[in-house]
Design a protein around this ligand. Sequence first.
Ligand code: MV4
Length: 500
Amino acid sequence: MFQKVLIANRGEIAVRIIRACREVGLNTVAVYSEADRQALHVRLADEAYLLGPAPARESYLRADKIIEIARKSGTDAIHPGYGFLAEREDFAEACQENNIVFIGPRPSAIAAMGDKMTARETVRKAGVPVVPGTEDVGNLSDDDLLDIAPRIGFPLLIKATAGGGGKGMREVRSLEEMPELLKSARREAESAFGDGNVYLEKLVEGARHIEIQILADTYGNVIHLNERECSIQRRHQKLVEEAPSAFIDEALRQKMGEVAVKAAQAVNYVNAGTIEFLVDKDHNFYFLEMNTRLQVEHPITEIVTGIDIVKEQLRIARGRPLQYRQEDIKINGAAIECRINAEDPYNNFIPSTGKIAHSQIPTGPGVRVDTGVFPGFEITPFYDPMISKLIVWGETRAQAIMRMRRALEEYRIVGVRTNIPFHQTLMDSPRFMGGQYDTRFVEERFSMKEQDDPALAEIAAVFATLAAHHQSQQAAQFVQRNERDTSNWKWLGRWERIHR
Ligand code: MV4
């Protein structure tokens, strides 16, 4: 049991965790850097302690200082949030050694899933489908890999064992180009992770990125909260997430859920976690990796399931059993999250810094905004550029899209550039409306450039009308039928702003 929780994080997620603690009567301790003296998480916590200078390595990554503050303040639990120390097995271990509850999985599960080759082997042996590729753990030499590659077949991917997030990843089209690519992948992995070890997987092209939320208690009960569709991303940064996925039917949802539970059980997982899958055009799905933490996009799952994931994390960490069985988990409507970043979508998404002079945050029915900033707060280059998460709910996916458009229109942020125009363009895109996108969509088929196309305007107008009248099935079908039956879709590779 614990009564006081230190939140080893900043920004919107620190605020989110403080709120959950407050609602269940737990005391909170914030930690902050010199850049965050005025931050919202500092204001909302019961106590706050300075960690050090703005750079993360001198503040939010200082595991030693955080544990020292926890001890001094009589804290008996630490929530790491996401990023920073969340998936550092040594930090979870250090908490244990100091009799502090780490609100997350056991160090052994973090380690098993943190090493991507070990993760792949562990879940494969538990019957979880993985992409065909190398089937060993340990250091594979270039000679080994060049020998195995033709049996896997090209194109294939070189992946870093210590990787994740695409670092140290290389696409290989032929055996001839492989030695050079092995060298550069190893070099990149060595400098990013201090570990040049790599493995191989067949390349799955045009796949979707779909992940399953897991909850597991200390008694071996594991349930899943269905999927999140995360294919709208750019350079491995997610921009929009949806729950449920328009691409997944009930049978596939159930199958992926069962497999995700198996993957979690394979490492004796405890607390909240996420199993990432690639889903190809033919609905084959493959384990990619497991995120052993609370994720940025957890709110869309909360919205459609009605479950407060952070409160469940706290309960699990307190040794309580899960209060839901699998058959209790239902999906109500549809949720979409847009990550609002301080970056310029008209200029290659370069980060934008400065003081937030003014903001007008959307509210009203079905709208949730999770943020750690406010007018007067300075956006610095020290941390990631996400300033808020705009989350909406709708009875149907079409309703959620219409509501997201409304909310984006209401949103005003003055002082920094934001990617709100990107989200507006996306929400007006017939391909997005029809749910017809994969992980290449933003980088390869989407552009902010304006283009007047009356045919697309008409599709969007009919979609809007049907959506407004709760006829979302027809709205979705309308968009899909048009792709097959008319030539309007030749426009879709280009920019798609609809003029109203
Ligand atoms: C893949 C893949 C295709 N085939 N593996 C990217 C980061 C890392 N988490 C795994 N990633 C991928 N692995 C095989 N065998 C394509 C990607 C990938 C990707 C995955 C999820 C979301 C966005 C992505 C963007 C580019 C590539």
